[in-house]
Design a protein around this ligand. Structure first.
Ligand SMILES: Nc1ncnc2c1ncn2[C@@H]1O[C@H](COP(=O)(O)OP(=O)(O)O)[C@@H](O)[C@H]1O
Ligand SMILES: [Mg+2]
Length: 323
């Protein structure tokens, strides 16, 4: 089986502290922030994968690189064995039709002066998916699929509620008949019933159409409801990956266990969160980057930087104590 997406030791570095407007920073030297530091990941066609981890772990950066919106500093990102940074114009157009992105900020991703009808028609016309005379009918069908009434087609994004705007964002992603949906925190900040509705919608669509789903969330409950596999990220790396049920029944990385204690279930409120905060990705520690917060850390953990290793049950983990 050839994977749909492959991340091969992907690194993304940003130079920070060079803002010329910040004169008071003059004494500070530019420093390297490692947003991604050796990500290895494979996603098979038709699979649903949740990328989970605290804010700042590199989830959004990884997705931006997967979509070819920014180049990697090192390593490669492949889509169907082709490097996303090397696409020619034709390959990029095919890619943009096959892989749809639902932005973290759904409202901000829409042109405020475009009505819903035109927002949904745009991708269909761009990719020649239907003739001008068929567009209206297809827009109406899309709205119906995401559970919105057809009257909303004549509204502007500002005239929609938070839940409606996210549905329009999902409809817009579906408009180009994609094979893959990549969604960044698409239900975060919604109330629980709205979250559940949107998650049901996404789950149904993916199952009906055999779509591949890559879903970013910091909520393990959401991840377990929606996705067959989970990749847990911490400080720019995948630290544990595998089938959702295996990982939740038997988490092997202490960070995954910490996340599970922090977010025990979809329906229950947050319990005590992880000890301490995610450290800065500038000046990363030499050994395991989770050692400073790990309740099981041994002296070896401070010296040895654990690599992501395959273990039984089609899963992998980066912890010297787990293997
Ligand atoms: N364009 C950028 N310039 C500098 N630092 C960035 C940039 N984008 C992301 N970062 C940093 O990279 C790290 C990972 O960010 P991000 O991918 O947004 O994490 P997540 O989506 O998991 O919250 C953070 O420390 C963030 O501040
Ligand atoms: Mg993010």
């Amino acid at each position: 089986m050839t994977p749909l997406f492959t991340a091969l030791d992907v690194e993304k570095h940003y130079v920070v502290g060079t803002d010329p407007r910040a004169a008071w920073f003059a004494a500070r030297k530019p420093r390297l922030l490692k947003a991604l530091d050796g990500v290895r990941l494979q996603i098979a066609e038709g699979e649903s994968l949740a990328l989970v981890g605290e804010s700042g772990s590199g989830k959004s950066t990884l997705v931006r690189l997967m979509l070819g919106l920014e180049p990697a500093s090192n390593g490669r990102l492949l889509y169907r064995q082709a490097d996303v940074s090397q696409f020619d114009a034709a390959a990029r157009k095919t890619f943009s039709r096959e892989v749809a992105f639902v932005y973290q900020d759904a409202r901000g991703s829409m042109n405020p002066r475009q009505r819903v009808r035109s927002l949904l028609a745009e991708p269909m016309l761009l990719h020649d998916l239907c003739s001008d005379s068929q567009v209206n009918e297809r827009v109406d069908r899309l709205l119906e699929q995401v559970g919105l009434s057809q009257e909303l087609a004549e509204r502007f994004p500002a005239e929609l509620s938070g839940g409606q705007v996210r549905r329009v964002a999902v409809a817009r992603a579906l408009a180009c008949e994609p094979k893959v949906i990549v969604a960044d925190e698409s239900v975060a900040g919604l109330d629980v019933s709205m979250q559940a509705q949107l998650l049901n919608l996404l789950r149904g669509l993916c199952r009906e159409r055999g779509l591949t789903l890559i879903f970013i969330t910091h909520d393990l409950g959401v991840a377990s409801y929606l996705c067959e596999r989970i990749a847990v990220m911490y400080l720019g790396r995948v630290v544990e990956e595998g089938p959702t049920t295996e990982i939740l029944n038997r988490p092997m990385h202490p960070y995954t266990r910490g996340l599970m204690r922090a977010f025990p279930s979809f329906s229950r409120p947050l319990a005590a969160s992880l000890k301490g905060e995610i450290p800065s990705p500038i000046d990363l520690p030499a050994g395991c980057r989770f050692a400073s917060r790990c309740p099981q850390a041994t002296p070896d953990c401070v010296d040895v930087d654990p690599v992501l290793k395959p273990v039984a049950g089609d899963r992998s983990v980066a912890c010297i104590l787990a293997v």
